[in-house]
Write a protein that binds this ligand. Structure first.
Ligand code: ZN
Length: 240
């Protein structure tokens, strides 16, 4: 286990201009499983086959059932200390934006205002045919779009779908960052992993907090292989 220097990370954050890039690891302590981890609720194969654009069209009932279950679990989740520290850092103007791969809205629930969701969110449903947006509650009631009869699904990026417009916003934001903090992402998914890589290319500092190694550890100014609530808690103490 690699334990970085909390004080060094705090000194970097104190300079401001920080963009947080978060992945599933930040929400596991809120009880939302990371499907990539072996203890995840769904194994990776099942997850990829159901959270896909093929399932949206070809396995409607299984697809809707999968999201009804997923939604009911995620809606009960509450932000944890990591989400709260990130929100506090925005409030004191050190963090400018949060870019998240998560669809659980826990950053917003913790009070973060400038959140860029690059994989969409589970609060909304979306018709792929007529592009109507609904509250995700509609997925409990109908299986097809009430406006056009098309395939309705959660407003999240499915496997096989293109990245949304917000990904371009994230790339613009990261180019201006002084520092990027990766929290709870193994950086194994592209194009999402291109975000911290772009930060490095534009000479930002990099702090990585993730339980396991990432391919960017060697380029980071501080690396913490531990729970994000522990690492962020210690870093936050050193800020004051
Ligand atoms: Zn429709």
């Amino acid at each position: 286990m690699l334990k970085g220097d909390y004080k060094k990370a705090a000194d970097i954050i104190r300079e401001g201009g920080v963009v947080v890039f978060s992945g599933a690891g930040i929400s596991t302590e809120s009880g939302i499983p990371d499907f990539r981890s072996p203890t995840g609720l769904w194994n990776q194969e099942n997850f990829i086959s159901l959270a896909s654009v093929d399932a949206l069209y070809e396995k409607r009932s299984e697809f809707i059932k999968f999201y009804r279950e997923r939604l009911s679990k995620i809606k009960l989740a509450k932000p944890n200390a990591s989400h709260e520290i990130v929100a506090k850092l925005e409030k004191i103007s050190l963090v400018t934006h949060v870019i998240t791969q998560n669809i659980d809205r826990l950053h917003q629930k913790a009070g973060s205002k400038r959140v860029i969701e690059i994989h969409g969110n589970l609060d909304e449903a979306y018709c792929r045919t007529c592009k109507s947006i609904f509250d995700s509650k509609i997925l409990d009631e109908v299986e097809m779009c009430p406006n056009c009869g098309g395939a309705i699904g959660p407003n999240v990026v499915l496997f096989g779908e293109a990245m949304p417009e917000s990904f371009n916003d994230a790339m613009e934001v990261i180019k201006r960052a002084k520092t990027c903090i990766v929290i709870g992402s193994s950086l194994s998914v592209y194009p999402a992993a291109a975000i911290p890589e772009t930060a490095l290319k534009f000479n930002a500092k990099l702090i990585i907090i993730n339980k396991t190694k990432t391919h960017l550890d060697g380029f980071a100014d501080a690396v913490f292989h531990e729970s994000s609530t522990v690492a962020l808690g210690e870093i936050y103490k050193n800020l004051n």
